[in-house]
Design a protein. Structure first.
Length: 87
C-alpha cells in the first residue's frame, strides 16, 4: 500500500461522495496507519498523515466524529480545496 497525501485525500473524498461507508473508511485508515507507522520509507508529510489517519481510524467512536468541518480541514491540510456541487 503506497501512502501519499493524494491517496488519503482520495479516500476522504470517496467517503464524502458516498463511495465508502464509515466502516470502510475507518478500517482503511486503521490499516494505513499501521503500514505508515511501521514503514522505514521517508514519506512526505508523514506526521500530518499519521495525525489524520489516527483520527479517521477512530472515526467510529463518539470522540472523533467524521463531520464535514473536520474532513474539509483534513483535505485542506492535504492540499485539496473542496467545493460543494449539488446534483
Amino acid at each position: 500500500m503506497m501512502l501519499t497525501l493524494e491517496a488519503v485525500a482520495h479516500k476522504i473524498i470517496a467517503f464524502l461522495n458516498g463511495e465508502l461507508n464509515e466502516t470502510e473508511l475507518v478500517h482503511w485508515a486503521e490499516d494505513a496507519f499501521v503500514v505508515l507507522s511501521e514503514s522505514a520509507a521517508d514519506v512526505p508529510g508523514e506526521a500530518a498523515l499519521l495525525d489524520i489517519l489516527g483520527y479517521l481510524g477512530a472515526g467510529d467512536t463518539p470522540g472523533f466524529p467524521l463531520t464535514w468541518s473536520t474532513l474539509s480541514d483534513f483535505l485542506d491540510q492535504l492540499g485539496v480545496k473542496v467545493r460543494v456541487v449539488a446534483k
